[in-house]
Design a protein around this ligand. Structure first.
Ligand SMILES: *[C@@H]1O[C@H](CO)[C@@H](O)[C@H](O)[C@H]1NC(C)=O
Ligand SMILES: *[C@@H]1O[C@H](CO)[C@@H](O)[C@H](O)[C@H]1NC(C)=O
Length: 502
């Protein structure tokens, strides 16, 4: 779960590496602050954003032009942005608990809280504007029209002044989602009437797709309103990138991707052609399109083999299940529609990446692959220890000799104890395992007859493993810890090198 999200986020984040910092303009609206003038500048501002940075830091350089732009845009709202160079202002940065760069903090008359927005100019502006308002703004005939268009997503509740129950629900939603959306409430019947709306109502105004969507559920409570705004704030088909990936992952819904070449003249028509399908599946699947050229690694991680765009895939992020559909030739919409129909009906099998099943197992450690996973792990007669590794992982390489010795030691007990390893970059851990790995190596144990996995977190020494197996295994097999007599030993078979990239 977390593995899949973080891995994808990391994959997408690599894009940030390619974003070069634009040259910043010489005249700047960002205040430069130091120890001598920090307090006097911050203490009296009702709302201010401060960046603690280091000139050498790459993410700071990428942020700089965005920060400048946001600062200029926020002048109109009298919200100041400031920065502190922590290489010059060690003490000041330490005082504010700065541990990494850049650190962004919001200050309200001198007291600070974390900034939770993104690092794009638009995102900073939108976030700070929301911070400047109460979580729920009371709207009047004068402020109503302007408020509706103030942000990408604005929610307005129309309530009778006496309707305390609905107001409580709306207030609760606004309090918990104030960082994400703007919330207003109209109590003035005349304003509601002019808008053509009868209270109680909850309307989401958007700068994409249909500009106005009204909550039409029966129950008007915190949960139903929260679900409504979360669903309606996602465009039918947006472009997926490192900035918005997390919001899709957090929605908990499977993600349907159209991988496309952004240079293709068909891009727009392909994206538009899927809107009807996206709409029909709202609340079940989120649809996005993604730059297949830039994110080709991400396509690979969804088991899309080639790099011929467009291609399509559905990913169940929660369970890390992948459903690739590569051949879209001829009838893109027809093929995708059919595929999605099968997916939502539960008729599709997830794609599980696997190395071929090894012809023989003559190495000290059993080489486990995805295609053989269920058969090997399903063998109830044995205690099973499995290392999930990545070929590039240093700790895995360091562990290898010990793990080989362990495998060698248990060869005499191979009807009772299996010592196995799986290259988790070349094999998907099948959904039947019930877990995904988040780091390498991950070592898991399943006692004979049990379906439960225990994570090995002990000392990765021969003794550590042997004690663990003797303690947790059904068969309680222990082996001696003497070094293996090399002269008796056949040289362990060398593993074939894997060249898979993560
Ligand atoms: C605050 O002090 C720093 C030097 O520590 C100076 O560079 C900066 O211009 C000053 N900023 C303001 C707003 O006075
Ligand atoms: C290893 O095995 C060989 C042959 O069985 C024996 O001669 C030798 O003494 C053994 N060495 C050790 C260190 O046990």
């Amino acid at each position: 779960m977390r593995f899949s999200r973080s891995a994808i986020a990391a994959g997408l984040a690599t894009a940030a590496t390619f974003m070069s910092a634009e040259a910043s303009s010489s005249s700047s609206d960002v205040l430069v602050l130091g120890k001598g003038n920090f307090t006097e500048n911050v203490a009296n501002e009702p709302l201010m954003l401060v960046e603690f940075y280091a000139p050498w830091c790459g993410h700071c350089k990428a942020l700089a032009p965005e920060y400048e732009k946001a600062s200029t845009e926020l002048l109109a709202d009298k919200i100041k942005l400031a920065k502190v160079d922590c290489t010059e202002e060690n003490e000041l940065c330490a005082e504010h608990g700065v541990e990494g760069f850049p650190t962004l903090k919001i200050f309200r008359t001198g007291s600070s809280s974390d900034y939770n927005g993104n690092r794009k100019a638009d995102g900073i502006v939108s976030y700070m504007k929301k911070q400047a308002l109460p979580a729920l703004s009371e709207l009047t005939a004068d402020t109503y029209a302007d408020f509706k268009g103030k942000d990408r997503v604005v929610a307005i509740a129309y309530l009778d002044a006496t309707d305390k129950t609905s107001l409580d629900a709306v207030t609760a939603v606004a309090d918990s989602l104030r960082d994400n959306y703007l919330f207003g409430v109209v109590n003035d019947a005349a304003v509601a009437k002019e808008a053509g709306i009868t209270a109680p109502a909850f309307v989401v105004y958007r700068q994409f797709d249909e500009p106005e969507v009204k909550f039409d559920g029966k129950t008007f409570n915190e949960e139903t309103l929260t679900n409504f705004i979360k669903a309606e704030s996602i465009p039918l088909i947006d472009e997926l990138n490192a900035e918005n990936f997390m919001s899709y992952a957090e929605s908990g819904l499977p993600l349907a991707y159209l991988f496309a070449d952004p240079e293709s003249k068909d891009l727009k028509s392909h994206v538009d052609s899927l809107k009807t399908l996206a709409k029909a599946n709202k609340g079940k699947l989120n649809f996005v399109w993604i730059d297949g050229v830039k994110y080709s690694q991400h396509a690979k991680s969804l088991n899309i083999q080639g790099e011929d765009w467009p291609a399509f895939a559905v990913q169940d992020i929660e369970q890390n299940l992948k459903f690739p559909l590569e051949d879209l030739s001829g009838d893109l919409v027809g093929k995708v529609t059919d595929f999605v129909k099968q997916y939502t009906a539960g008729a599709l099998k997830p794609s599980v990446k696997s190395e071929p099943i090894p012809k023989d197992q003559d190495g000290p450690v059993h080489v486990l692959v995805a295609d053989e996973f269920d058969a090997v792990i399903g063998d109830d007669s044995k205690d099973k220890l499995v290392e999930f590794y990545a070929p590039w992982c240093g700790h895995c390489k360091k562990l290898a000799p010990t793990y080989d010795t362990l495998g060698e030691k248990y060869k005499a007990h191979k009807d009772k104890v299996l010592i196995a390893k799986m290259d988790a970059t070349a094999n998907d851990i099948p959904p039947t395992a019930g877990f995904q790995v988040q780091s390498f190596p991950t070592i898991k144990f399943q006692a004979a007859g049990s379906k439960d996995w225990i994570e090995f977190t002990g000392d990765r020494s021969l003794e550590g493993f042997v004690d663990f197996i003797a303690l947790n295994g059904k068969h309680k097999v222990s082996v001696d810890l003497d070094p293996i007599n090399e002269t008796e030993q056949a040289t362990p078979a060398k593993e074939a090198p894997h060249h898979e990239e993560l």
